[in-house]
Structure formats: C-alpha cells, structure tokens
Design a protein around this ligand. Sequence first.
Ligand SMILES: [Zn+2]
Length: 482
Amino acid sequence: MCAAHRLLLRLARPVAACSLALAVAACTTGARSESESPQEGAVCPVPDRLVGTEETGASELPPTMDDLHQAPLLIRGARLIDGSGGDPVAGVDLLIDARGTIAAIERSGTIDAPAGAQVIDVGGRSVLPGLIDAHTHLLSEPEGSYPELVTRTLKESEADRALRGAANAWATLRAGFTTVRNVGGSLADRALRDAIVDGRVPGPRMLVANYSIGITGGHCDHSNSVNPEKLSRDPDFREGIADGPDAVRRAVRYQVKQGADVIKVCATGGVLSQGDGVGAPQLTPAELRAIVDEANRAGRKVAAHAHGNQGIRDAVEAGVHSIEHGSVLDRPTVAQMRRRGVFLVPTTYAGHYVEEAAFGGRLSPDSAAKAKAIAPKMRESFQLAYRSGVKIANGSDAGVFPHGDNARELAEMVALGMTPKDAILAATSRAAELLGLTDIGQLAVGFRGDLLVVDGDPLEDISLLKDPKLVVKDGRVYVRDL
Ligand SMILES: [Zn+2]
C-alpha cells in the first residue's frame, strides 16, 4: 500500500468522486495522479476498502459519500425474495435509478443498462429488501461488567454518545440493516439521524424517539441508584421523566419539539435498570392514555417497553402501537393485541444475551436476578404470541448486545419456532408497516433501492443473513464482498 492510499484510508475524509479509486490505481501503476478527475458519467469502481481486500483489510472503514458514486444501479442474476411473503423468483434483474428508487424488476437480460450505470451480477444469489430493526439503541453498548457500565454512564457526554452512535450506525448498515427505529436514547439520536440523512455519517435510515418517557425512579430514569448530590439536577420532562397525565403530555411535546419521529414509553420496570421490579407497572393507565393521545395529535406512534402482563394490558388498552419485549403474555392479552392490531417487538436475542450475561456475572445482582427470572417467560410469551397470530416486527434491542449482530434476532426467533419466511417478513414488510413507511420493506417498483445479497437460501438457513455479501441503501453500494 502506498502512502497516498494509506493516508486516504486513514483520514476517511471527503474526496472528489472516484479519487480514492484513482489513488489506488496510482499505487499500483504509478501512472495516474490523485488530482485526476473522472469523466462526466464515468462509472467509478467500488473502492478497495468497500470490497475489503486482504491487503488493505479495510472493509471496516466507513465510506464517505463521495466514495458512494450515485449512478443507476443494475443488479443482474438475482434470486428475488421480495419481502411480500411470496415464493422466491430466480433469474431476475433489478434497476435502481440515480435517485435511489427501484425503477424496474424484470426477467434477466431484458433490462438494458442505462448510460453510466453500475452493473453488478450477483450470480443467482438471494436478494432481499434491506432489513429493518424496529428496536435499537445506537448510542448504547454493553460493558464487560456492571461497574464499568456505571463508570461510563457517569463520565460520558452527549458528544461521546453521538460519536459512539456514528460507529454503531456504520456497524448496523454493514450488517444489512438499512432502516432502524431507535427507541430510547437522547437528543444525540436526532443528531445522528440527521447526519445520516445529510450524508455526513454512513448508517441506516433512522426513526428516533430521543428520550424515552417514564416515571421518576422507573426503567427510563437513568439516575436510579446514583447519588443525587452528585447530579446537578434530577432528570425532568426534557429527559423524559415525568409524573402525572399533564406532565407526561409535556414530555411528549418536548420530544416532538426536539424532532422525535416516534414516542417510546416505559410502561413497566426493566431488567437493566436498578431498583425497579421487572414486571411492575410504572406509568399509570391515565398517564399512558395521555401519552398516546398527545402522540397521536402530533402524528407519532407510541412504542411501549413492557415486560409484566398488567403493564402490557394497560399499554394496549391505552392504544400504543407496539409492545416491546412483551415478556409475560397470557392468552387474554394476546387476544387483545391481535384484536387491536398491536405489534409485538420480541427482542428475543437480547433476552438470551442478557440471560448469559447474568450467569456470567456481568450484571449487577439486581439485574442478574431479574434476567434469570424473565428470560424463560420471554421465550414462552413469544411462542404464544406467534402461534396466536399477533403481528410481529423484528426488533433486536441492539445496544444491549454489540451492534452489527442484529440478524441474530432473526436466528433466535427461528430457533424458537418461527419459520424463516415469517422471520424475513418480520424484518421487512411487517416492520415497515409498524414504522409507517410505505416505500421500504419490499423490493418492488417505486420502493427505495435498499437491498442485501446473501449466499445460499435464507428461507432454508436464516443464519445466512448474518453475512451479507452486498449492502445497498438508496441505490448506493455500501458493502461489496462478491
Ligand atoms: Zn430497548
């Protein structure tokens, strides 16, 4: 690797279109100058670092927007799994136009490549819609021990969290997840979302909740068990902590004012929060109704973190759109969710991961006891909901476990009895329905050009989704390992 190439890789800064590729060419031939510009309409080769050659080992470096040459993209030779639940179709070509919209899907060989198009033959591999994760925390990461987690929580600033979020956003997109619903973080969520939209950070399309809304001392109160004299002030409605119907209304208005796309509430206690019973109801029915009413006025949906059955029922009756975790479900509650069309976002892999962390001594004693008690119930509740026909949207709770492992949620749901076809639906069109986005989750004309390519047949082996060979978002190639 020559110095120019290495410098470009290290800086990862905006460079003129194709200049990275030209620098690579200069390294190997010594003939072309870095300042040379590509001709109008020229097709830029995918930079080495997106391909991840052995020499550079650089596939983990994020691309800049200038690496991501925006041109029509023609995918040839696809085995199409379109996200609608229909059977796969072999021998298909897809054309994504320069605006990133799917313009045509036809039998292979019948679409002519437009001028300047990038053409990628996927050789009969499976092509799916970009995956959707309806429950992430891009600003958060697991720690090796409870004291380490406390130390980081006390030390980190919003700037630290935003920068961590940028790295996690790239890890998520690289794993084939082109859209996430980030349910519970801080105002750095909206900053990250906007940086991705603006092309300053490569990452998935984000819907964000900003701060989750919950009661004083509840699951969403991140100052639990911290010495209050060390805090400049207790968290208030701005950080989502509020008590009483009027106060929670104000908290919703504040998150909306700060750009929230969705409202996240803590209807019950949680596993990783300190001092609250995991199943205990927290927000009252009157508070939940006020939140849903206020969110609906603002055109936002409500996602309710809820483990215990009473809190789940309270949230469903108040009109929330999804139950997150849903660890203790009984038949009447499942029937009610089904009747009202409320989604379950099961986060089964997070349950598994946290259970292992509990047995491995990596949680506080309080959290470990809760994790061991709730994990088996979570598995049974998922199975009951699935068998009963509750709508299920894929959501992993990434941030509880390392980002980029999001597809493990699909494998976990399949291990618990879901068919791979239903798991793919949960991560594509079903999740899009929950998010209220009508142009993602399927590969069809007019939808966004978000897709991933995997070896083999994920309808037979769902674990293949853990290793995407090509990741495209809005028609731009972010990962190419074909
Ligand atoms: Zn969560």
